[in-house]
Design a protein around this ligand. Structure first.
Ligand SMILES: [Ca+2]
Ligand SMILES: [Ca+2]
Ligand SMILES: [Ca+2]
Length: 297
């Protein structure tokens, strides 16, 4: 019997009693082998244990069931979902990369410019392109008018605010095209209150007119970023490390305020926080293992 709606393929072949996994790690007990009142209900650990103790005596069946329950519980937490994603492309597509949108393609969130920079839309396909699979009407978020040389360190760039309520282990990805005269160094900051930003990671954009795709910022070590309605992050221009001046992205270029950064595929991913049913499944699975062990004695 296939286990519909279960994200964990292992469970699909480990379904000895008609357990049907629901998407969030719950298991619906079909109990087709008996007239049990459990049929069609969400199983609770205690009732599951009683049910299997009374109906199935072979310890290998207990083990299989326990494994299935644990897989269902683990499977609901092992994957990451896209919480929000910006591809900046027009909806509907209009064949013009100079038009686009700051409304997320996936999820909910806000994108804003900080420090008085200018924003527009420009091609996500040009000069090698971003990772956006769209073609033709693939836009990136073009930003310019960064700070004058030697001023405004970490004050100009872009900000994204995304609620992470219901999620943990936040990871940010983005693509960024540096122009020749843009700031070579980009600093990623995060905020847990939407107002105060903390330096986290600096990237080196050491080539001009070049896309740096799949920048990855793993915030899973920042517990405060989990389950946080006020989570936000920034990507800002910063001085070359150890100096008080911006470096140009091109080794032969000179930093200038007209340099551009063009963003695409800004993505916030995270793992769904386990629901109470997940813990119930884990407890049920562990309980059955205990029962099986006692029966073997
Ligand atoms: Ca467009
Ligand atoms: Ca593309
Ligand atoms: Ca795009």
């Amino acid at each position: 019997m296939a286990v519909r709606g279960c994200r964990n393929a292992s469970l699909q072949s480990a379904d000895p009693f008609g357990l049907r996994a629901l998407g969030s790690g719950r298991v619906r007990c079909n109990a087709r082998r008996s007239k049990s009142q459990l049929s069609g209900r969400i199983c609770r650990p205690s009732s599951l244990s009683r049910y299997f103790q009374s109906h199935f005596r072979r310890s290998d069946m207990f083990r299989k069931t326990a494994i299935a329950l644990l897989l269902a519980a683990a499977g609901s937490h092992a994957h990451a979902d896209i919480v929000a994603q910006w591809n900046f492309n027009s909806v509907p597509a209009d064949g013009n990369t100079a038009t686009g949108t700051l409304i997320p393609f996936v999820g909910v969130g806000t994108a804003s410019r900080i420090g008085g920079i200018a924003g527009s839309f420009a091609s996500g396909d040009a000069t090698g392109g971003s990772s956006d699979p769209a073609t033709g009407d693939d836009s990136g978020w073009q930003t310019t008018t960064y700070a004058a040389q030697g001023t405004g360190d970490k004050t100009r760039g872009v900000q994204f605010a995304v609620s992470t309520v219901g999620f943990s282990d936040v990871v940010i990805n983005y693509d960024l095209r540096h122009s020749n005269t843009s700031s070579r160094y980009e600093l990623v900051q995060y905020s847990l209150d939407g107002a105060n930003f903390i330096d986290f990671l600096t990237f080196d954009g050491n080539a001009g007119d070049n896309w740096f795709n799949a920048r990855t910022v793993d915030l899973s070590s920042i517990a405060g970023a989990d389950n946080n309605a006020d989570f936000a992050f920034r990507v800002v221009a910063t001085f070359a490390p150890g100096t008080s001046a911006y470096a140009a992205s091109s080794a032969t270029g000179t930093y200038g305020t007209a340099g551009t950064w063009r963003f695409d595929m800004v993505t916030v991913s995270a793992a769904p926080v386990p629901e109470p049913e997940t813990y119930a499944l884990m407890l049920a699975g562990l309980g059955l293992i205990g029962v099986a062990a006692r029966r073997r004695k």
